[in-house]
Design a protein around this ligand. Structure first.
Ligand code: DQA
Length: 143
């Protein structure tokens, strides 16, 4: 099984960025924990991060015929991007939306998620563990 993990803008700044909200673990730690968990599960994982909406669209499209599922934290594009929603719909892969923080308890503008209109599951407020839960869900589903 092959899973693509996509991270949107500013997630590369993890550990530095608003640690009170996003924690003190670095982006490298996030990647390491996801990779180690995937190895344990016998799942092949590819992790991609970009600050650019079009690059994220390109990477989702490239998953067509190449991946079995997508885990996506679209970051700020969660709340604005119809393009990411359309890209996910276009490739049609099982998708889990992940947010490190508990978006439901934050600002009004974070209450909209376009990607959620397609994602079959959303995990919020569990930090990096949320990515592991998403991976478990997709791996279980593929059995
Ligand atoms: C986030 C929540 C978004 O509202 C925010 O713009 C992010 C990160 C999260 O992981 O909690 O960049 O997706």
């Amino acid at each position: 099984m092959k899973i693509l993990v996509i991270n949107g803008p500013n997630l590369n700044m993890l550990g530095v960025r608003e640690p009170g909200i996003y924690g003190t673990d670095s982006y490298d730690t996030l990647c390491r924990r996801v990779t180690e968990h995937a190895e344990k599960k016998g799942v092949s994982v590819s992790i991609y991060q970009s600050n650019h909406e079009g690059d994220l669209v390109d990477r989702i499209q490239a998953a067509y015929g190449a991946a079995d599922g997508i885990i996506i934290n679209p970051a700020a594009y969660t709340h604005t991007s119809v393009a990411l929603l359309d890209a996910l719909k276009a490739v049609g892969l099982p998708t889990v939306e992940v947010h490190l923080s508990d978006v439901a308890s934050r600002e009004d503008f974070r209450q909209v998620s376009y990607v959620r209109l397609y994602a079959e599951k959303t995990v919020t407020g569990k930090g990096i563990d949320g990515y592991l839960e998403a991976l478990d869900y997709l791996a279980e589903k593929a059995k």
